[in-house]
Ligand binder design. Structure first.
Ligand code: CAA
Length: 259
């Protein structure tokens, strides 16, 4: 599929989706969001892909939603723009295949929100995070008010959102916004290494675990453990469960087929 602002490379069952609008620091305008939406659908269906890495071209991961496009919107148009970004990010969050954000630089506003809808975040030491929206007269609009407190706690999320402070990768790791900070040159190797450590496992089990965590975190623990029990049961209907446990008993390496 031809994209103007997205590049996709695939190897060893991992797809790297790169936002490629470096002149505007990969700012998310409607076209970039539409392409991202399509690319996610494409990778979700692609049976040669188990894990997706999202990163950015140039010095930014994503410097936010496109301020030039938003500048003259009225209330209804603003709501529609926000809703569209929310919808795309929710799709990423709900995807069963694991998604890793490899944060190469600025992750501000919509960029921080994009990183947060991914399952895991690896950051370059050069990355910077923040929700600077109130300095522009708006609130975070691609679900930052919802995901940031869930990730870092209400107090820290309010501090970041009310002040618009930009924090370094090291601080982002300290507050639990990113999983790991690595040397800039090592970012893609580290993200690939994480992806491969996932790819070697039984993919149905990985996806069921993702569903259990995502659905469980949004409900009470009683419902959550029921969801887990259902998915645990479903694993026993997969060939990979038989292979994984047989291989253990036979003291050999399992050969998973994703079935
Ligand atoms: N929207 C549109 N264009 C953007 C952009 C954005 N969010 N961020 C950067 N750009 C553009 C700049 O306008 C500039 O374009 P020109 O060369 O045509 O002037 C180009 O990208 C390079 O940017 P700078 O010259 O500003 O680069 P810098 O290195 O001096 O500064 C920066 C980098 C600190 C990230 C700065 O660009 C910046 O503050 N960007 C805006 C960050 C921001 O406020 N993000 C939140 C947006 S609102 C939002 O995201 C709402 C939401 O939740 C949905």
């Amino acid at each position: 599929m031809p994209y103007e602002f997205i590049k996709i490379d695939k190897s060893e069952r991992v797809a790297i989706l790169k936002l490629n609008r470096p002149k505007a620091l990969n700012a998310l305008n409607t076209q970039v969001l539409k392409e991202l939406d399509l690319a996610i659908d494409q990778l979700d269906k692609d049976e040669s892909v188990d894990v997706i890495i999202i990163t950015g071209e140039g010095k930014a991961f994503v410097a936010g939603a496109d301020i030039t496009e938003m500048k003259d919107l009225n209330a209804e148009e603003g709501r529609r723009f926000g809703n569209f970004g929310q919808k795309v990010f929710r799709k990423i969050e709900k995807m069963e295949k694991p998604v890793i954000a490899a944060v190469n630089g600025f992750a501000l506003g919509g960029g921080c929100e994009l990183a947060m809808c991914c399952d895991m975040r690896i950051a370059s030491e050069k990355a910077k995070f923040g929700q600077p929206e109130v300095g522009l007269g708006i609130v975070p609009g691609f679900s930052g008010t919802q995901r940031l407190p869930r990730l870092v706690g209400i107090g820290k999320a309010k501090e970041l959102i009310f002040t618009g402070d930009i924090i370094k990768a090291e601080e982002a790791e300290k507050i639990g916004l990113v999983n790991k900070v690595v040397a800039h040159e090592e970012l893609m190797n580290e993200a690939m290494d994480l992806a491969k450590r996932i790819v070697k496992n039984a993919q149905k089990a990985v996806r069921y675990a993702n569903i259990a965590i995502n659905r469980g975190i949004e409900t009470d623990i009683e419902t959550g453990i029921e969801i887990e029990a259902d998915l645990f049961g479903l694993c026993f209907a997969t060939k990979d469960q038989k292979e994984g446990m047989t291989a253990f008993v036979e003291k050999r390496k399992a050969e998973f087929k994703g079935e």
